[in-house]
Design a protein around this ligand. Structure first.
Ligand code: TYD
Ligand code: MG
Length: 463
């Protein structure tokens, strides 16, 4: 059979070219042309028009919404509670899940545990491994304490062979570890290239929709932390999960970035043990480092992820810098840090212009919510002055450009968690102030603030 011809499509404007060029001839963008297989002239029955429309594949008649049956999806709970929580209750039949994360963070471990639990529950599963040999996977299963695992393993990286196995075995759940190692014969580019990843993911997605097999794709992340391969991969699949956490610490978080079958703000929390990943059902205090005495530059905040409040320590180090001082942040947005420093200067008179500022969220968590602002600013000020915040101190609240402190969603729940863990003092936005006499906050003195300078003043008065 003659090979399909390749065309090169621009990721910016969608223009095509018959050969690769550094610059797109249509929109003049650089390095945007990627290879894909050209549609066969005969209408190309085995080619996809656009992967995104596959969910709609079987053409059906037009019906008003009220007449379409809204059956809930058939879910397969994995039995791993923390994973089911982020998935919104389990893997969905015909759903495609993309799971990304740094190397060595535990993607293969978690999926092997999940797929083994499903196989034991009577599901028909398949584990396709492209990165490791069958022996390596077997070794991992022994290590996980699953020596009698019945999970069928296929070491394979060629898409057509994987599709064939999926067709013949018709598993309920198939894991592809990883999508970057899979390649299709139809394209000449190397495995892991954007074109290959996109093409293979599209074929696998179509298979999932057509057969009802749940497919889990493992994806690599780039140095910048984004899933390698085109963003289009995230559009194609139903659910995108990210692993985060420090590979050196024991805790791992799984966050849903996108979920067509559930909420996206849920996170799952795991601890890496000798026997694989174990769910942590009460994660509120795991991201605190234990100082015997308060140290300058550390402030604890309460984040609320999904349904559970968590206490996270924010650390800051302010040190005299050179002519162009550095601003670095780990686990927090750097642009936001620059903004907070400007607000600190303008509204609270705290100047860090000639200082290096480093900020870190302990334990490798990524904090995306602005409620961290107040804690970040208090940690910075504490480090700059070399003066620790009092023992048992927490703060949260968003800080605006005008220096106002805005309320955090569900502030009372956050305060309750802090009180439960024995924290003594809290500085919070005024609107998050609990009612007087509520027993749940006993032992916690709460200071409401409306502006950043007010917060600074409260902290200066504490000792
Ligand atoms: P792995 O699942 O191979 O990571 P990924 O597929 O995301 O690259 O995880 C590998 C790490 O986990 C490795 O550094 C060893 C550690 N580990 C444990 O600590 N306990 C275990 O039971 C297993 C299987 C792995
Ligand atoms: Mg792996």
């Amino acid at each position: 059979m003659a090979k399909d011809k390749s065309i090169y499509t621009c990721t910016e404007c969608g223009g095509t070219s018959a050969r690769w060029m550094g610059k797109c001839p249509h929109c003049n963008a650089w390095n945007t042309l990627i290879e894909s297989a050209a549609e066969a002239a005969s209408g190309g029955k085995n080619r996809l028009g656009s992967a995104q429309y596959q969910a709609l594949a079987p053409s059906s008649e037009v019906l008003p919404l009220s007449q379409i049956e809204a059956a809930d999806f058939d879910r397969h709970p994995t039995g791993i509670d923390e994973l089911d929580r982020v998935l919104g209750g389990g893997m969905v039949e015909g759903g495609v899940v993309l799971i990304g994360g740094d190397p060595g963070i535990g993607k293969s471990t978690l999926l092997l545990q999940a797929v083994d639990a499903l196989q034991r529950g009577g599901m028909n599963t398949l584990y396709v491994t492209g990165e490791e040999s069958g022996a390596q996977v077997a070794m991992r299963s022994r290590r996980l304490g699953l020596p009698d695992s019945q999970v069928p393993v296929l070491p394979e990286i060629q898409l057509e062979k994987i599709l064939h196995t999926l067709q013949t075995r018709q598993p309920n759940i198939a894991i592809i570890d990883s999508i970057q190692t899979v390649y299709s014969d139809q394209l000449t580019s190397a495995p892991g290239s954007v074109a290959q990843v996109r093409e293979c993911a599209a074929h696998l997605t179509r298979t999932a929709k057509a057969t009802g097999t749940t497919i889990v794709l493992v994806g690599h992340v780039t140095k910048e932390g984004a899933l390698a391969g085109p963003r289009v991969l995230e559009h194609m699949v139903d659910t995108v999960l990210y692993f985060e956490g420090d590979t050196h610490s024991n805790f791992r978080l799984i966050r849903a970035i996108k979920n067509r079958f559930g909420a996206v703000n849920e996170i799952g929390v795991f601890a890496m043990t000798e026997k694989g990943l174990k769910g942590v059902s009460n994660p509120s205090a795991i991201f605190l480092s234990q100082h015997s005495e308060p140290v300058p530059g550390s402030c604890v905040m309460v984040t609320l992820e999904g349904t559970r409040p968590m206490l996270v320590e924010i650390q800051a180090l302010v040190d005299s810098g050179g002519p162009s001082p550095r601003r670095l942040s780990v686990g927090l947005e750097r642009d936001r840090l620059a903004m907070l420093l400007a607000v600190l200067h303008r509204h609270a008179g705290v100047a860090c212009m000639d200082q290096d500022v480093f900020v870190n969220a302990v334990g490798g968590v990524h904090i995306r919510e602005p409620a961290a602002d107040l804690a970040v600013m208090l940690a910075i000020t504490s480090s700059l002055r070399g003066k620790p915040l009092p023992k048992g101190f927490i703060a949260f609240g968003e800080v605006g450009l005008a220096g106002e402190v805005r309320p955090a969603p569900r502030g009372q729940e956050r305060l309750k968690e802090a009180a439960k863990l024995g924290f003594k003092t809290a500085v919070v936005p005024k609107a998050n102030m609990p009612k007087k006499g509520d027993k749940a906050f006993e032992g916690l003195t709460v200071y409401p603030v409306e502006r950043i300078e007010e917060a600074m003043q409260v902290v200066r008065g504490l000792d």
